[in-house]
Design a protein around this ligand. Structure first.
Ligand code: TRP
Length: 462
C-alpha cells in the first residue's frame, strides 16, 4: 500500500478520541443501573479494583499491539503475535459488528428524548403525562425504532468515512469538552439537592455482606465493556498513534477519565432520585429504565435549572453514544480498508449497511414484531436485542479479552512488549514488571473466572 497511514494529530487528540470511545452508554446508562441492582458501595469498590487490575493492563496491551504494528485488529494480531492470532482480531471485528448493531438502537433513543425534553423546555411539562406508558408505546413503534437508529447510523457512517483526523478526532475534539462541561453543570446542580448525601453514601458505603459472587463477576464484565476492551478497538486506535507518543500515559488518562465520568453520572442520577419521595421504589421496580423512564420528568420537578439541563442531558447521552458508535464502526471499517484494500468511504458505507441489517431486527424486537421479540437463543433472553447484548457481553468480550491477555503476556516476548511500552516515554510511576505480572497472572485468572462462571453457573453479565 502506497498510502501513508493517517495518525492522530497529537497525543491529546488521541486521548480525546479514545476516551470518547470508552465513554458511552456503558457509563451513563449501564453503570448506574448495575450499581443500583448491586446495592452500590462494595460493588463500586470491586469495579474500581477490576478497572485497575484487569482493565488498565489490557488497555496497555491493546494499545501497544496496535501502535507497534500500525495495523488494524486482524493484521496487528497476526503480525505482533503470530499467524493464527489473526483469528482473535477477526473475533474482535465480529464483536464490534454485534455490539454496534444493538447499541445504535439505544443511541437513537437519545435523539427522541432530546427532542421531547427540548419541547417541554419550550412549552412546559405537559400535565398528566405518563412516561412509563409513553415509553412502552415508543418501544412498540417499529417505525420510530428503526428510523431513529437509521439516523444515528447514518451520522456515524458520515463521520467514519471522513477519516481518522477529519472524522473521528475532530468529532471527539468538539464533543468531548462539551460533554464534560454539561456533566459538570449537572453535577453541581444535582449535588445541591438534599438527596445527594444519601446518594454518595449509597455509592461509597462499604457493606460487603450484600456482595455476591455474581456481583464481582458482573463488575469485571462491565470493566471490559466500559473501557472498550476485549475486541481490538484499542488496537485499532493505537495503530493510529505515532511512535513519539507515550502509550502508558495515554492509557492511564483514558482509564481515569472513563471511571470518573461513570462515577459522576451515577452521583447525578442517584442524587436526583433520592431527593424525590417514592422515587426509590419506582426505580427499584425497573432500574434499567432509570435514564429514560424515571429521569426525564424529575428534571422539571426537582433539579435546579432542570428545564435547561434536561435537553442538555440527553444531548450529552447522544454525544457520548456517538463517539462510541464511531469507534465501533471504525473497528469493522478499518478491517475492510487494511485487509481488503477497500477505499474508506466505501468501507464505512458497506460495514454500516451490513450492521444495520441486524439493527433492523434488534430495533423491531422490543415488541414491534412478534417473531423478533420472542426470538430466544440464550435461556431467558427474549428478543433479538437481548440475545445480541447477552452474546457480546457474556461471550465475545470475555473470550476476546482472555485471548488478548495470553497474546500479550505469554506469546509476545518480553523484549517486544517492554520496548513498545517504553517507546515515546513513560511516566514516573511506570513499572514494566508490574504490568507484566498483571497481564500474565492477574488479568487472565480474573477473566478466566468470568468465562468459567458463565459456563458453569450461567451467571449473566448483560
Ligand atoms: N465503551 C462503550 C461504552 O461504555 C461501549 C463499547 C464497548 C465500545 N466496546 C466498544 C465503544 C468498542 C467503542 C468501541 O458505552
Amino acid at each position: 500500500m502506497s498510502q501513508q497511514r493517517e495518525h492522530w494529530s497529537s497525543s491529546f487528540g488521541f486521548v480525546l478520541a479514545a476516551t470518547g470511545s470508552a465513554v458511552g452508554l456503558g457509563n451513563l446508562w449501564k453503570f448506574p443501573y448495575i450499581t443500583w441492582e448491586n446495592d452500590g458501595g462494595a460493588f463500586v469498590l470491586v469495579y474500581l479494583v477490576c478497572i485497575a487490575a484487569v482493565g488498565m493492563p489490557i488497555m496497555l496491551a491493546e494499545l501497544l499491539i496496535g501502535r507497534k504494528t500500525q495495523k488494524s485488529a486482524v493484521a496487528a494480531m497476526r503480525e505482533a503475535v503470530g499467524p493464527a492470532w489473526g483469528l482473535v482480531g477477526a473475533w474482535g471485528v465480529l464483536t464490534g459488528f454485534v455490539i454496534l448493531s444493538y447499541y445504535v438502537v439505544i443511541a437513537g433513543w437519545s435523539l427522541r428524548y432530546f427532542a421531547m425534553t427540548a419541547g417541554w423546555t419550550i412549552s412546559g411539562l405537559p400535565a398528566e403525562f405518563d412516561l412509563g406508558a409513553d415509553f412502552a408505546a415508543f418501544a412498540l413503534s417499529g417505525g420510530k425504532q428503526v428510523g431513529l437508529a437509521a439516523v444515528f447510523m447514518a451520522v456515524t457512517i458520515g463521520i467514519v468515512r471522513s477519516g481518522v483526523n477529519h472524522g473521528i478526532e475532530r468529532t471527539a475534539r468538539v464533543l468531548l469538552p462539551v460533554l464534560f462541561v454539561i456533566l459538570l453543570l449537572l453535577l453541581f446542580s444535582a449535588l445541591s439537592l438534599e438527596g445527594s448525601a444519601e446518594a454518595l453514601a449509597f455509592m461509597f458505603h462499604m457493606d460487603f455482606s450484600s456482595l455476591r459472587l455474581e456481583s464481582v463477576l458482573e463488575a469485571l464484565g462491565h470493566a471490559f465493556f466500559t473501557l472498550s476492551l476485549g475486541m481490538g478497538a484499542m488496537i485499532v486506535f493505537g495503530s493510529y498513534l505515532s511512535k513519539r507518543d507515550s502509550v502508558v500515559k495515554a492509557g492511564a488518562i483514558i482509564v481515569i477519565l472513563d471511571t470518573m465520568i461513570a462515577l459522576m453520572a451515577t452521583a447525578i442520577m442517584f442524587s436526583v432520585i433520592f431527593s424525590v419521595p417514592g422515587m426509590r421504589e419506582q426505580v427499584g421496580a425497573s432500574p434499567v429504565g432509570m435514564l429514560f423512564i424515571s429521569l426525564p420528568e424529575l428534571f422539571y420537578t426537582t433539579v435546579p435549572f432542570g428545564n435547561l439541563l434536561a435537553p442538555l442531558f440527553y444531548l450529552l447521552v447522544g454525544f457520548a453514544a456517538l463517539t462510541s458508535t464511531i469507534a465501533l464502526l471504525e473497528v469493522v471499517a478499518s478491517y475492510l480498508i487494511d485487509e481488503h484494500g477497500v477505499e474508506r468511504t466505501k468501507a464505512a458505507i458497506i460495514s454500516g449497511a451490513c450492521i444495520f441489517a441486524i439493527t433492523i431486527m434488534a430495533s423491531l424486537s422490543l415488541g414491534a414484531v412478534d417473531g423478533f421479540s420472542t426470538f430466544e437463543v440464550f435461556d431467558g433472553k427474549q428478543g433479538v436485542f437481548a440475545n445480541l447484548d447477552h452474546f457480546a457481553s457474556n461471550w465475545q468480550l470475555p473470550i476476546g479479552g482472555f485471548l488478548i491477555t495470553l497474546a500479550a503476556g505469554w506469546v509476545m516476548t518480553r523484549e517486544a512488549t517492554e520496548a513498545e511500552l517504553r517507546e515515546g516515554g513513560v511516566p514516573g510511576w511506570y513499572s514494566y514488571g508490574a504490568w507484566r505480572f498483571f497481564i500474565r497472572y492477574v488479568a487472565p485468572v480474573a477473566v478466566g473466572a468470568i468465562i468459567v462462571a458463565v459456563i458453569a453457573f450461567g451467571v449473566d453479565f448483560s
